[in-house]
Design a protein around this ligand. Sequence first.
Ligand code: FMN
Length: 332
Amino acid sequence: MGWRGILGFEYGIVLAPLGPDISGPELVAAVANAGGLGILRAPDWEAPDYLRELIRKTRTLTDKPFGVGVVLAFPHEENVKAILNEKVAVLQVYWGECSKQLVQESHCAGVKVVPQVGSLEETRKALEAGVDAIIVQGREAGGHVIGQEGLISLLPRVVDLIGDRDIPVIAAGGIVDARGYVAALALGAQGVCLGTRFVATLESCAHPTYKRKLVELDKTEYTNIFGRARWPNAPQRALRTPFFNDWKDFPAHENELNQPVIGRSTVHGIEKEIRRLSGAVPNVTATGDIESMAMYAGEGVGVIDEILPAGEVVKRLVDGAQLLIQTQFSGL
Ligand SMILES: Cc1cc2nc3c(=O)[nH]c(=O)nc-3n(C[C@H](O)[C@H](O)[C@H](O)COP(=O)(O)O)c2cc1C
């Protein structure tokens, strides 16, 4: 049955790596302990010693396997070496070339490689590189969006392209509960990758105001107003907060560099200034004008009505999917 595990994990539930540091050790361990694949997020700069500590801290909280996500658009070679030396279960990669060499080196270290892709072209390249599974991101997704179309149309085409190869397809974008999970299974996925639902959990490192907004608000927009200087040509899906509604027409020739500092936060151990319209979502250490910071969310946010423990999110997905399949779709 599709709701069973993938890649050696008990269940096909994946916690997306949540930048810059929202999926920390507590959240990853909670998902791992519940039988899912939790993914830490590596810093966007070379910090192998710090990353090693992050991995080891996670291991003090769970004896289950987990992964680390790397955004290939930023410096990462030393970080990847640290990840492979630590032999985590999965290296997730995003926004850049997932090369054959990277896959081979990972496999030599016993680490599986799982890229997140947003098109058929990217899927083809990932298959050529020899990856172990593929996360397909639809345009509904929260955070930075590489998905070129809606999940309901892209996912089955990726599934068809992969054919009978033993490479699980994991659906991402707008999925927050068992109904979305079963829908993804019906489209041919074997697992689901959730971001926004896991931001709104007790264990996530998101600022309490960001979590609260995910419960209160229900509309998102595909935009590019955040972090244009630091990460150009990387559109985002963000929550339509009052701040967003005031700034959504931010002129295309401007960016965060000429905006005032509105707060501070410590990201992966480094204290940083947060400028208005910078791309970093507020983590738990953020201070200042939190309501004016980026708050990424997928289109499924309207279905989120409470902050839950992450293990409960996994349990409800699995139990709910089983129940739905048994009661609605068996014996038709
Ligand atoms: C706050 C936030 C941060 C994210 N950071 C990353 C990241 O660092 N790397 C990555 O591969 N995906 C990242 N994503 C996107 C997820 O991998 C995934 O595609 C998305 O969350 C799925 O849509 P959903 O949010 O509707 O569940 C992020 C998403 C959110 C909401």
